[in-house]
Design a protein around this ligand. Structure first.
Ligand code: HEM
Ligand SMILES: *[C@@H]1O[C@H](CO)[C@@H](O)[C@H](O)[C@H]1NC(C)=O
Ligand SMILES: *[C@@H]1O[C@H](CO)[C@@H](O)[C@H](O)[C@H]1NC(C)=O
Length: 516
């Protein structure tokens, strides 16, 4: 008789194992906690259609009442997670920074000269080196050393505003550019048509034009578009990439060469590049030298746009809130007087100006949706499953417009940062600067740069509504661009001198500057 025992045994065991695997898989899926809540996605497009495309932070802020502080959504086939509250942001980006400090990667960073941008670099040794380089220059302790440059840039802006007030956006822009370039390269840009500013702008323009969310989606879906020869009809992306690479080369090499030449004749101004190059004198290390060059070239993009936009928001707030402006000016006149300009020593005695700075950052955060992070491993948080590699965004807008913490959040009220006795609260408004290990490395320098610009403008000018032909005030309706950094669109206003005789000569005496 055939003994079927062993065969049966093998067959049943195989079946059992197989079914166990099925059961295990089943159990895996079902014992895995659910994904965080979010709006129901449609096939293919996901939640794209229910999003406000120009202001996605508003959509996620509105969804907070239904889905809470952590929302899962899908844009096409990309799952994203949006953090809507400070508490969750702290838990994930700070308490679990070993998971949430990475940045999403794409093969298109390199063809678009963005692989040396620290803000989107993968978490790791190269990022750490870049971060250290930035930190050396921009950390808080270094701030007093650069106050001369900040003040000089601010005073130059005052002359420009006096001589050509209608062009205020370009003067604010020049202020930010002059401040960064002097800190990083010891370079003072020309008043008009400066080549280095032009190169920096050109690079930023090319990169932001090409790396739109739609552009990225198209190139990632059809990578061959970047393989086409540039002459090929329709090879738009390829041509854009060639231009970006050239522009990226220019911003790394040209200003760096300027410093090297100055250093070789010993008349370089102290700055980020000379300082770091001197420190590594003696040991030639290409990796470090390249990182210095790359980090230096990225400073302009990181610092200039955010500073420019914040100062424009400040002017907008001043036009719309004359009583706030008057209060600040009364404070400045009391502390500084009328025959000199404010400097950093005056800061502790002028809490109201500081409150305006904080309220400016809160009212219209210029990076409202942060810069996306990504998770390095899967995680479970508050009972929800967070997959590895998901994009994690933080909704700064939602946090700075939290009605419990900031009642009537759309109103510009510096008083919310002051105690009854007029002293400042301990809310220093760091909300707009990101979280954890990837938080803004320039936040301290941004704080003092913005302060000196605001205090200087308030002490010398009043920002008022423009008048039409009949002498009636032209109403200002705030409008904003969209993007990673959001800017107010140009609005009409009058910038009127309020110092003694309003003359350039008087300003020259107060600033101690010659004709800049
Ligand atoms: C109002 C002014 C500014 C605002 C609102 C701002 C905001 C931000 C935000 C939201 C991030 C992303 C944080 C994250 O991903 O978690 C960031 C990163 C960064 N910021 Fe700023 N920033 C400002 C000014 C500056 C300045 C003046 C510098 C000077 C160089 C600077 C340098 C950087 C750098 C290098 C990073 C990348 C950090 C990293 O990935 O490790 N920022 N900033
Ligand atoms: C709003 O602020 C309050 C008070 O600080 C805080 O308890 C709450 O968690 C905040 N909500 C969000 C969504 O950030
Ligand atoms: C700030 O002050 C509030 C109360 O005024 C206090 O609850 C909070 O812990 C303080 N925060 C810090 C960081 O000191």
């Amino acid at each position: 008789m055939l003994d079927t025992g062993p065969i049966l045994y093998v067959v049943t065991s195989v079946l059992a194992l197989a079914s166990l695997a099925v059961v295990r898989k089943y159990l895996d899926d079902h014992s895995r906690p659910p994904l965080p809540p979010g709006p129901t996605p449609l096939p293919i497009v996901g939640n794209l259609l229910s999003l406000d495309f120009t202001e996605p932070w508003m959509s996620f802020n509105a969804w907070r009442s239904t889905y809470g502080d952590l929302i899962y959504a899908r844009i096409f086939n990309k799952p994203i997670l949006v953090v809507n509250s400070e508490e969750v942001a702290k838990d994930l980006f700070e308490e679990r920074s070993n998971i949430y400090s990475d940045k999403p990667q794409s093969f298109i960073y390199e063809p678009f000269a963005s692989n040396f941008n620290i803000a989107i670099m993968p978490y790791g040794d190269r990022w750490r080196l870049h971060r250290r380089i930035f930190h050396q220059t921009f950390r808080q302790a270094a701030a007093p050393a650069c106050s001369t440059m900040q003040i000089r840039s601010a005073h130059t802006m005052l002359f420009n505003l006096l001589q050509d007030p209608a062009n205020y956006p370009s003067h604010i822009h020049m202020f930010s550019a002059m401040f960064v370039l002097s800190m990083v390269y010891g370079y003072e840009p020309k008043a008009k048509g400066d080549q280095i500013i032009h190169n920096m702008e050109k690079y930023l323009e090319l990169v932001t034009e090409s790396m739109t969310p739609l552009g990225i989606a198209i190139m990632e879906t059809f990578p061959f578009l970047l393989q086409l020869p540039s002459w090929f009809p329709g090879a738009t992306f390829k041509r854009a990439s060639v231009k970006c690479i050239q522009a990226g080369h220019d911003i790394k090499e040209i200003p760096f060469r300027y410093v090297e030449e100055k250093m070789s004749t010993d008349d370089a101004e102290p700055c980020m590049v000379t300082d770091l190059m001197n420190k590594m004198n003696g040991f030639e290390d290409d990796v470090i030298a390249t990182a210095i060059k790359e980090a230096a070239s990225m400073s302009f993009g990181a610092a200039s746009d955010t500073t420019t936009s914040t100062l424009t928001v400040f002017l907008l707030a001043m036009v719309l809130n004359p009583e706030v402006q008057a209060k600040a000016q009364a404070e400045i006149d009391r502390v500084v007087g009328k025959d000199r300009l404010p400097d950093f020593d005056d800061r502790p005695a002028m809490p109201y100006v500081d409150a305006i700075l904080r309220e400016t950052l809160r009212w219209r955060p210029v990076v409202p949706f942060g810069i996306p992070h990504t998770s390095m491993s899967s995680d479970i948080y508050r009972g929800f499953f967070i997959p590895k590699g998901i994009f994690v965004l933080f909704n700064t807008w939602a946090m700075t417009h939290n009605e419990t913490k900031y009642p009537s959040p759309n109103e510009f009220k510096p008083e919310r940062f002051l105690h009854e006795d007029g002293s400042l609260t301990n809310d220093t408004m760091l909300l707009g600067f990101g979280w954890g290990r990837r938080s803004c490395v320039g936040r301290h320098i941004a704080d003092s740069t913005l302060w000196i610009a605001m205090a200087s403008i308030l002490s010398t000018f009043s920002v008022q509504k423009a008048l039409d032909e009949q002498g009636r005030e032209i109403p200002v309706i705030p409008k904003f661009t969209t993007g990673v950094v959001v800017h107010p669109e140009k609005f009409p206003c009058r910038i009127v001198p309020r110092f003694l005789d309003g003359s350039a000569e008087m300003l020259r005496q107060m600033t101690g500057l010659g004709q800049p």
